[in-house]
Design a protein around this ligand. Structure first.
Ligand SMILES: [Zn+2]
Length: 83
């Protein structure tokens, strides 16, 4: 259901990847939930919560990778998050 581009390359920063995000419709920076959480200063658990609510883009391959851009966008918009 989610198209995954196999060309996942490790960037110079550990646990960050470039992968095709089907929601962004472009190559995007991806990170593991743990690293993504560190990047935007939330816990890994919170990242998984956002994944479950589909509030952020993610891909599931051998591992779950979160679209960092969507996470940053969401954070900028966090005041509008419904209760
Ligand atoms: Zn995305």
């Amino acid at each position: 259901m989610i198209e995954i581009d196999e060309r996942i390359a490790i960037t110079n920063e550990e646990r960050q990847f470039e992968a095709y995000c089907s929601d962004c419709k472009k190559m995007a920076q991806m990170a593991t939930p743990k690293t993504a959480g560190i990047l935007v200063d939330i816990s890994e658990r919170e990242v998984f919560r956002l994944i479950e609510r589909k509030e952020i883009h993610f891909i599931e391959n051998a591992r779950v990778l979160v679209c960092v851009e969507s996470l940053r966008d969401r954070r900028a918009d966090s005041s509008t998050t419904p209760a």
